[in-house]
Each structure stands twice: as structure tokens, then as C-alpha cells.
Design a protein around this ligand. Structure first.
Ligand code: SF4
Length: 446
């Protein structure tokens, strides 16, 4: 999963892009980069790591120009370490340059590569195939070139193209990843998440529509639709449940509000009668737990688990012992909230089941009377091919164990998941993808 941001007609665009990427840092931490255009001359800067470590003050000062695109990356396919897989990527385009930033995952990479006559690629990213297609496509207008170049591309994408004097935003017809348009004065902005707009005091205008191409230039906005066979809307439900910042307006609803509704529904369907303290696994489940506790029937909301913000995610630790240590460093318990109580632990999802056993063990060690676990996302039984880093089927806990086996493994008194049909009732009209929960892939693979 990645994050993208574009700025058009802005004083010192690089500084705004820097802040916007920083606001979306939760989406990706592997690398960060940006390309700006200063009167047609392109400047690129990118590197591994988080935004604040990649860009120094002097680096930003050496990135002049009023238009630019930025990217933060988390790879979902194995990278070739010999290649520079940072984005945006730049290529020659007629007598000019073009840069591209991409969030999503193409599902027909082999065919595209073949259609391009197996070129020597400079990266191992599917994004480069889109860029090459674009550069080879002839047309009577820029809009026509974008349309034609994407006719053979299949999968999920939000794209930003930077040309010397314009910015182009594209969202695939399924609308799988979010992309929004903002405005401040005469300046235009495009962002994966609206939390970047809030930081920069940019007004949210609207979402880029599924299948829309939007060209932003000094002539104004020009919008058209991709010419592709219709596909069902397939917005990634995981953006709402977990990935998006609660402060972001995602698919027409703030993620915070969605998560509270999700928590209410979870409690309605999977209550813990006699529960005393409802605790989120912070921070991603905070709003879900708030919703879960709102009726009061299954216990009161409690901040019994605190999270240290000085270490990263836990699921990449190689051994169970190391993971346990990391969980202890990551979470601190507030014992008076736990001792002698029936605890309801609320989390957004279970993927590998690496972290939950350690958390339950810590809570039991703090003398809880009972530990009940409630999960807001139905069991994840299938991999994601659309840009979210999910393990293979054999590593997915719910694909290889029954719920009772998972309960035994985490040593909880009870474990329940929100059923898929209840999740689907929450937003019946939005058109979500649930493929990792039901194996029904709405966008063809391969
Ligand atoms: Fe999102 Fe799951 Fe669909 Fe992937 S398969 S896009 S993670 S809902």
C-alpha cells in the first residue's frame, strides 16, 4: 500500500508535498520521494525510509517549482534489491519529461510486459509498465493518450502523472483506492487521504470518481472517463477498517465514524454479557472499541492498554520470542483497569495471529478475571491481490485454523468475529471489495 500527493500552482510545492506525505506516513514507511517541475525542468529526490528522514531542509530547498507529485511506498511484491524501487519514476516523453506516482497493484503484469515486447525495466514495480505504455501512446490530445494507454491495464490504481505544466489524476473504475481533490485559493491538490488536506488547510472539494481522468492545468480542470469495460465498484473495506487514518474522509465517510458504527454492530452481534472493561488494541481499534462500549451492555470503555509510539509494527518480527518482546515494548498495561475484571479486548482484524497471544498473556498476567476477544473484521481467509500486504493463504490464521483453534491458541475465554453479512449491512450501497474474506475477487487476476 502506498500514498500519493500532487500539488498544482503552489509556492514552493516541494514543502507542501513533504508535509502531505508526512501526514499520510501511516500508509507506507519503506521509501519516500517527490518530483517537481520548475518551468519545465524536473527535479527528483527519493530514498529509503520515512519522510522526515528522507528529506532534509536543504533537499527541499533544492526542489524548486510550483507543480509536483510525491509518493510513499510499502511494497506488496518482492523487490529486487539491486533496483531503485522508489517513486515517483521519471521518463522521457516526446521532447519533455513525465513522472508517475502509483498506489495499487496491477493484476496483468505478465501480459503487459509481453505486450511491451519484454523491455529491460529499470525497476521491479508494475508502475513502470504504466509509464512505458503512456510514453509509447500516440493521440490527438493528452486526455486521449491517457485513455488509450490505460486500456490494457488491469488491476487497482490511483495515479498521478506530472508533466511540465500540468498534473493528471486517475482512479481505476473499481474505485479500489481512495483519491481526493482539494483546493486552496487558486492552487489544486490531489491526495490519497484527506488528512493531508487538513494539515495544509486545503478545502476538500470531492473524490476523484472511479474511472475518472482529471487533468489540472492553467486552463482549469478537464475531466473524462476511462474507456474500459465496466467493473463493479470494489472499494477496499480495509481502508475503512484499518489502513486509513481515522481523521480521513474515505469513500464518503470519515473512518472514525465508520469504525464507531462498526464497533456498535460488533457489540450488537457479539456482546459479552457481564463484561466490565472494553479495551482497544491501540491505536487502530480505538474508535471501534468506542463504538463497542457505547451501549454499556458489554462493559465500560477503558484505556487499560497504552501504546508506545517509538517502535514500529510487530508482524514482521521473525520469531515468537522476538515478537513477544516487541509486544511488551509496544504495549503498556494500566493494572488498576485490569485486576479482577472481565476484560473485552477489541481489535480491528486478525491476519497471522502473531500478536494477540502475547497481549492476552500480558492481560492474564495482570490478573484479569476473564479475557474475551472481539474482532471487527470477519475472518481473513484469502490473500489480497490489489495492493494490501496480506500473507499467502498458508500464513493466514483463519485460512488454516477454526475459530475454536484460534481461541485456544490465544488462550481467550471467548473469541468472536463480526460475520461478513453483518459487515456488509453497514454500508450496503457503497460497493466494497470483501475478497480477502469471501474469495470473490471483483477485479480479474491474471
Ligand atoms: Fe481490500 Fe481485502 Fe479487497 Fe484487498 S482483498 S482490496 S485488502 S478488501
Amino acid at each position: 500500500m502506498c500514498g500519493i500527493f500532487g500539488a498544482f500552482d503552489v509556492d514552493h510545492a516541494s514543502k507542501e508535498i513533504y508535509l502531505a506525505l508526512h501526514a499520510q506516513q501511516h500508509r507506507a514507511k519503506e521509501s519516500a520521494g517527490m518530483v517537481v517541475s520548475d518551468n519545465g525542468k524536473f527535479y527528483r529526490y527519493a530514498g529509503p525510509g520515512i519522510v522526515q528522514n528522507v528529506f532534509s531542509y536543504s533537499a527541499l530547498n533544492n526542489l524548486p517549482g510550483r507543480i509536483g507529485v510525491g509518493h510513499i511506498r510499502y511494497s506488496t511484491v518482492e523487490d529486487n534489491p539491486q533496483l531503485d524501487n522508489t517513486q515517483p519514476i521519471v521518463a522521457d516523453y516526446h521532447n519533455d519529461k513525465v513522472a508517475i506516482a502509483h498506489n495499487g497493484n496491477l493484476t496483468n503484469v505478465g501480459k503487459l510486459y509481453h505486450n511491451l515486447n519484454s523491455p529491460n525495466l529499470l525497476t521491479s514495480m508494475d508502475t513502470e509498465l504504466i509509464l512505458r505504455l503512456f510514453c509509447l501512446t500516440e493521440g490527438n490530445s493528452l486526455m486521449e493518450c491517457v485513455k488509450k494507454s490505460l486500456t490494457k491495464v488491469q488491476g487497482t490504481y490511483t495515479l498521478l502523472f506530472l508533466l511540465p505544466d500540468c498534473l493528471i489524476a486517475v482512479r481505476d473504475p473499481s474505485g479500489n483506492r481512495p483519491l481526493s481533490l482539494g483546493k486552496r485559493g487558486k492552487s489544486w491538490f490531489v491526495s490519497s487521504e484527506t488528512c493531508a488536506f487538513d494539515m495544509l488547510e486545503i478545502d476538500f472539494v470531492r473524490d476523484i470518481e472511479p474511472g475518472e481522468i482529471l487533468i489540472i492545468s492553467q486552463k482549469g480542470l478537464e475531466s473524462d472517463k476511462l474507456c474500459l469495460p465496466s467493473v463493479p465498484l470494489a472499494r477496499c473495506i480495509f481502508e475503512q477498517i484499518y489502513y486509513g487514518l481515522p481523521a480521513s474522509l474515505i469513500f464518503e465517510e470519515y473512518a472514525s465514524e465508520f469504525r464507531k458504527r462498526l464497533g456498535c454492530k460488533l457489540e450488537e452481534v457479539c456482546p459479552v454479557i457481564g463484561g466490565q472493561a472494553v479495551m482497544s488494541i491501540p491505536d487502530s481499534a480505538n474508535f471501534i472499541a468506542e463504538g463497542y462500549a457505547s451501549s454499556g451492555r458489554s462493559g465500560k470503555l477503558s484505556s487499560g492498554i497504552l501504546r508506545s509510539h517509538y517502535i514500529g509494527r510487530t508482524f514482521l518480527e521473525p520469531t515468537q520470542a522476538q515478537r513477544e518482546l516487541k509486544v511488551k515494548r509496544k504495549f503498556q498495561l494500566v493494572k488498576p483497569e485490569i485486576v479482577g475484571k472481565s476484560i473485552v479486548l477489541v481489535d480491528d482484524s486478525i491476519v497471522r495471529l502473531n500478536t494477540m497471544p502475547s497481549i492476552v498473556r500480558m492481560i492474564r498476567g495482570a490478573k484479569a478475571k476473564e479475557v474475551h476477544v472481539r474482532i471487527a473484521c470477519p475472518p481473513i481467509t484469502h490473500p489480497c491481490y490489489y495492493g494490501i500486504d496480506m500473507p499467502t493463504t498458508t500464513e493466514l490464521a483463519a485460512a488454516t485454523m477454526t475459530i475454536e483453534e484460534m481461541r485456544t491458541k490465544i488462550d481467550a475465554d471467548s473469541l468472536e468475529f463480526l460475520p461478513l453479512e453483518e459487515l456488509q449491512k453497514l454500508s450496503p450501497d457503497i460497493g466494497y471489495c470483501y475478497a480477502c474474506m469471501n474469495g470473490e475477487y471483483p477485479i480479474p487476476i491474471g
